[in-house]
Design a protein around this ligand. Structure first.
Ligand code: G1P
Length: 288
């Protein structure tokens, strides 16, 4: 069953409280891993999965995200005139890689509410959602493409998952799943449960594909954990009405919206960097 999935929503209005003071005036999505902001990794992943119509749900203080994907005429002219062609290409490519629309979430009412803000833009189509502070590096298919494959097979909503240790379950939405002809059918999900309440160790890691029915359910979702309108609560309803599948994502995942995950992502990609990797390895060795 092929689908024409093209649209993807990036909720970027969060306050980044796990990473203060860095995120006081800088969106967490603009934190850089080596030399690229997190949001650019997310957009590149979406584009590689054929999802080229992008909307970012932003909030106050998030203007630098818009600037990043916009044409910077002065910078481009200067780099061109100075003969810095590699940098010129890098900068102009970012501005032209995707058509990005922006919608403002006026109040921080939760992830579910942020996604609902994109409803008029998405319309009556299936769509992706990606949380850019979760950085997922894959050798083969990108995380979004792995979700897309199952969506094309089923036409259903599909959620990206990873197994997390007991001491981390209370940080994530956790799912209850059962096998259905080789697919993981999700029966229930709980937002940030205690380890005793958690039905499994399978966490949702910020990659989703939804049918448009999700929007109807979000409209009537009451505030849940933390007083916020939770995406997880609407998904729970969705899973009661229609099939929702999970995919355990193959790839290396970093929860880069907190300092430890961010440092690990920088160390990992830094060590792989063609120009700086070798000297970084030597420098780190001498520190250890
Ligand atoms: C959000 C979701 C949660 C998910 C997590 C992934 O939580 O609400 O279900 O597991 O992202 O990072 P947040 O990190 O915004 O608290």
């Amino acid at each position: 069953m092929g689908t024409s999935l093209r649209k993807i929503v990036f909720p970027t209005a969060g306050m980044g409280t796990r990473f203060l003071p860095a995120t006081k005036a800088t969106p967490k999505e603009m934190l850089t891993i080596v030399d690229k902001p997190l949001i650019q990794y997310g957009v590149e992943e979406a584009l590689a999965a054929g999802m080229g119509e992008i909307v970012m749900v932003t909030g106050r203080g998030k203007r630098s995200i818009e600037d990043h994907f916009d044409i910077s005429a002065e910078l481009e002219a200067n780099l061109h005139a100075a003969g810095k062609s590699a940098l010129y290409k890098t900068v102009s490519r970012v501005a032209r890689m995707a058509d990005v629309a922006y919608i403002r979430q006026k109040q921080p009412l939760g992830l579910g509410h942020a996604v609902l803000c994109a409803a008029p833009w998405v319309g009556d189509e299936c769509f992706g959602v990606s949380l850019a502070d979760e950085l997922i590096l894959s050798e083969g298919k990108t995380a979004m493409q792995q979700l897309r494959d199952v969506h094309e097979q089923t036409g259903a909503s599909v959620i990206g998952l990873a197994s997390v240790p007991d001491n981390e379950v209370s940080r994530y939405g956790i799912v209850k799943a059962r096998d259905e002809n080789g697919l993981l059918r999700l029966e229930d999900m709980i937002e940030k449960p205690s380890v005793d309440e958690a039905p499994s160790n399978l966490a949702m890691i910020g990659r989703y594909i939804f049918t448009p029915r999700l929007f109807e359910l979000l409209k009537t979702t009451n505030p849940g954990a933390g007083g916020e309108i939770q995406l997880t609560d609407a998904m729970c309803q969705l899973a009661k009405e229609e099939p929702v599948y999970g995919v355990v994502i193959e790839g290396q995942r970093f929860d880069a919206g907190n300092p430890y995950g961010f440092l690990l992502a920088n160390a990992t990609l830094g060590l792989q960097h063609p120009k700086h990797g070798e000297s970084l390895r030597a420098a780190l060795k001498s520190l250890l």
